[in-house]
Write a protein that binds this ligand. Structure first.
Ligand SMILES: O=C(O)[C@H]1O[C@H](OP(=O)(O)OP(=O)(O)OC[C@H]2O[C@@H](n3ccc(=O)[nH]c3=O)[C@H](O)[C@@H]2O)[C@H](O)[C@@H](O)[C@H]1O
Length: 457
């Protein structure tokens, strides 16, 4: 009989093989679960990234501008202040916007850290109206000047929200917190000549930004009355003098002027369709303390003090170029007059309920001065002879002259400019040398001293 086969070896082998299979399958399982874990992690990260980019939380970021506007906005736009949307922030917003007098207004001032915006904000606050500022603090000119204006406003309990006109959710949020009775819309891309360098910034602020503001205002309940900054530049190459509101404005000389003119047409549309009360103010070369460094009177002062040459423009036929320079305090009175006489908007729920007020006014000085005259006044106030380089005006959007007829503004809200160029520039120079801590060779008899002057609004 054959001996039975020795199975012990094959059983051992089988057990060993099964052990190896188990180890192998466990390893496989481990490897596949690791892979699964990594893939899940990656998907989660991608999803988080996607939602963060497309739906940024309102409360976490002060600036949430639609991505397609990013290219229009200056890099400085992204400087941040306190987080928007929190309880502390809402408290500041409410406090700033609450009027302190009976029947006072609650005004949203856009461009509040700007030249005219800062002066108007102070004037409104001083008489007991509530003011909330909005400004993007862009770097078109030295933002530290805007910060200094902000410091001044903060001292007067005026809070400026740091944000952009194109930020719809932010504007909506402001309306959720405050029932504004009025908007004084002064935020804009200003400057005639800069439009050749950065045309898109004019479209972004003066057209897209304005439309965005009106879109939010039209659905507000109640709708606010809006007073906003147009410009004397809309008269373009008009030769009828003085410029009256009924004159032609369809031949602008710069893109800046064209965007302001577009603003006037846009205002007409929102008034017509939605019953928004709209008043456009055509400002004529506004100057004064805390002014804009991109304007001629300002950078001429700087250049004269530094002994640098200034370009003084002439027309092509060698005539003097002239401007109806208007002092800031006069313009502030005009802005407040326009706000005081603005009628209520008539729409509600985004629908017009009746005809609403639509107005346009010149706010000028009614007495043009040639640029040469401006330079002579500065020479005399600074007691320094300017190094003048008289050249023909380059084709840069400038117009040869401006001259306002202000009878409409006088009739409707008593607008009457009272400051001549010498008086206004004296106040400007006094502020300038104080602000920049300059000790110029200023004649005492010019009434300019170097003590640090206060804003005169
Ligand atoms: O009323 C307005 O709606 C506009 O006013 C202002 O524009 P303008 O009236 O052009 O003021 P501004 O630049 O100070 O030039 C003053 C004079 O100096 C001449 N000028 C200028 C530069 C130069 O180098 N040389 C020179 O002679 C120049 O030819 C001009 O005659 C605002 O900037 C603008 O934002 C808008 O608000």
């Amino acid at each position: 009989m054959a001996s039975p086969p020795d199975t012990s070896k094959s059983i051992k082998l089988e057990r060993y093989n099964s052990y190896l299979r188990r180890i192998h399958s466990t390893k496989l399982l481990n490897a596949s679960s690791k892979l699964l874990f990594r893939v899940t992690l990656l998907i989660a990260l991608v999803l988080i990234l996607f939602f963060t980019i497309n739906y940024p939380p309102l409360s976490d970021t002060p600036h949430h501008v639609p991505t397609h506007y990013h290219s229009f906005l200056s890099t400085n736009f992204f400087t941040s202040s306190s987080a928007i949307g929190g309880a502390a922030w809402e408290k500041q917003v409410r406090h700033s916007a609450t009027p302190r007098r009976q029947n006072g207004m609650s005004v949203l001032v856009t461009g509040a850290a700007g030249f005219i915006g800062a002066h108007c904000s102070l004037a409104l606050k001083k008489r007991g109206d509530g003011v909330l500022g909005l400004d993007n603090f862009n770097s078109y000119y030295d933002p530290s000047l805007k910060r200094s204006r902000q410091d001044l406003l903060v001292k007067h309990q005026i809070f400026i929200v740091e944000g952009d006109l194109n930020d719809g959710p932010l504007l909506t949020k402001l309306y959720d917190v405050v029932t504004f009775t009025h908007i004084l819309h002064l935020a804009a891309q200003a400057g005639v000549r800069y439009a050749m360098q950065n045309p898109q910034s004019y479209v972004a602020s003066n057209i897209a930004g304005f439309v965005n503001l009106l879109e939010v205002a039209k659905v507000a309940n109640p709708q606010p009355a809006i007073v906003w900054a147009s410009s004397s530049s809309v008269y373009g190459l008009n030769t009828d003098v003085p410029f009256s509101e009924s004159h032609r404005t369809d031949h602008p000389a710069s893109l800046y002027a064209a965007t302001k003119k577009a603003g006037e047409e846009i205002a007409h549309t929102y008034n017509h369709i939605y019953g928004l009360s709209l008043t456009g103010l055509r400002f004529f070369t506004v100057y004064g303390p805390w002014g804009r460094p991109d304007m001629a009177y300002y950078f001429f002062t700087k250049a004269i003090l530094q002994g640098k040459t200034i370009d003084v423009y002439q027309t092509q036929d060698e005539k003097e170029v002239a401007r109806d320079f208007t002092y800031i305090d006069d313009v502030v009175k005009g802005c407040l007059g326009a706000l005081d006489t603005a009628e209520k908007s008539t729409g509600s729920g985004g629908k017009k309920r009746g005809p609403a007020q639509l107005r346009t006014y010149n706010l000028g000085n009614t007495s043009p001065v040639p640029v040469g005259g401006l330079v002579s006044i500065l020479e005399s106030l600074l007691n320094i002879k300017a190094k003048k380089h008289v050249i023909k005006m380059p084709l840069n959007g400038d117009v040869p002259f401006t001259h306002a007829n202000v009878s409409l503004a006088y009739r409707d809200f008593g607008y009457k400019p009272t400051t001549d160029l010498l008086t206004g520039l004296r106040k400007f120079v006094k502020w300038y040398v104080g602000y920049y801590e300059i000790q110029p060779r200023i004649k005492k008899e010019n009434g300019v001293n170097t003590s640090n002057p206060k804003i005169s609004a």
